[in-house]
Ligand binder design. Sequence first.
Ligand SMILES: C=C(O[C@@H]1C=C(C(=O)O)C=C[C@H]1O)C(=O)O
Length: 432
Amino acid sequence: MNDSAPAVRLRVVTREIDAVDDVLAFTDPHDPLVWSRRGDALAARGRALTFAPADGTGDARDIARWWRGVVESARIDDPVGLPGTGLVAFGALPFDPRPDARRRTASAPVSFTVPRVVVGRRGSRSWVTAISAEPEAPRPELPEVVGYGPHWSATVGPGALTPDGYQQAVRAGIDAIAAGEVGKVVLARDLAGTVPADADLRRLVRALGSGYPDTWGFAVDGLIGASPETLVTVSGGTVTARVLAGTIARGADADADTAASLSLATSSKDLDEHGYAVRSVLEALRPSTSSLVAGEQPFMLKLPNVWHLATDVEGRLDAEASALDLVAALHPTAAVAGTPTAAALDVIRRLEPFDRGRYAGPVGWIDANGDGEWAIALRCAQFHLDDDDDADAAAPIPFTAYAGAGIVSASDPESEMLETRVKFRPIVDALA
Ligand SMILES: C=C(O[C@@H]1C=C(C(=O)O)C=C[C@H]1O)C(=O)O
């Protein structure tokens, strides 16, 4: 299938159901499709339709166009009308959106899928949606519950960039700043590991959700994580984003924790780094919004592992833009690439010895109205699921986890390396 309007007409039926406790019970244990935050959740199964450009790449703009075609030809019966009901698609897009992105991205190409069944919960209400490419209306029935598989744990070791190698890369990043090539660049390192072939990956999704309930929990095409950073949400004409940049590890006791948060709140290096990220989001949203406002001062976002400097942004959508159009306008922000964007992407390519794949890319969902919720895929791991039938079914499943830090002229290589270590904690702990 190419990225022009599809010939299929999807039929979509949503019905409200009795409250569902654990929506994860309905998704595939080995390839879960999940989006969740603070108890609200979407869990899905199967594929009714997939955006699959021949070369595995695809810009959010191409997907936005393709999605409009899918929506226009769909017949949707949705009396529930909550965020996430009716026709929805889930996506996880590569970090580097440039058409010449290294072909290694092919190991984690754009993923954008309309599932066959979605089970959702928002507040006290639950629903099931059935989606089909057949001419008859599908029956909105709950899929069978899949019992959880046994506990498992992962092996984790160094990736392509060791902690020492990372510090060298940070030094080279500081040189690029001194040379005037960039003002800020975000550099990441990786960890590599495996999980047992039969691992029930819903256990990982569940552990991340209970440890980090205020983050966006996601599992899309093997990309599993818990991100604190909202790229953009669109709901009934309201646009929001949450910009994070500036990080410090939580203190070991109450006094140390207060001191840590105070030193972050007053650190000119971090406030500088944060400013770049907020400005890049405001500039990207301004053309399609009105009354766009951002807090004058960042606030301190407290997570179990770190403090972040955070700024919430809100505005009214005033153009005919969908959540995916805004994703295209925003990504990659200075929080995960740097600034200026193109130069920062060049420095990242030069200094990171791996392709980021979908790490630090947009992950989220969109509905038929163009509303949706998109996070930046951070604090995550990409599982290299093999759907090749000839693959050895008993072979462990490899994964790569990533964490990065924003480098500015005042950065210290060792502190930045230690910052990546605390950012790895959610995913590494949940894998243990
Ligand atoms: C790049 C990551 O995080 C980003 C970088 C931050 C920073 O440099 O302080 C903070 C939050 C994120 O925007 C990551 O978690 O991998």
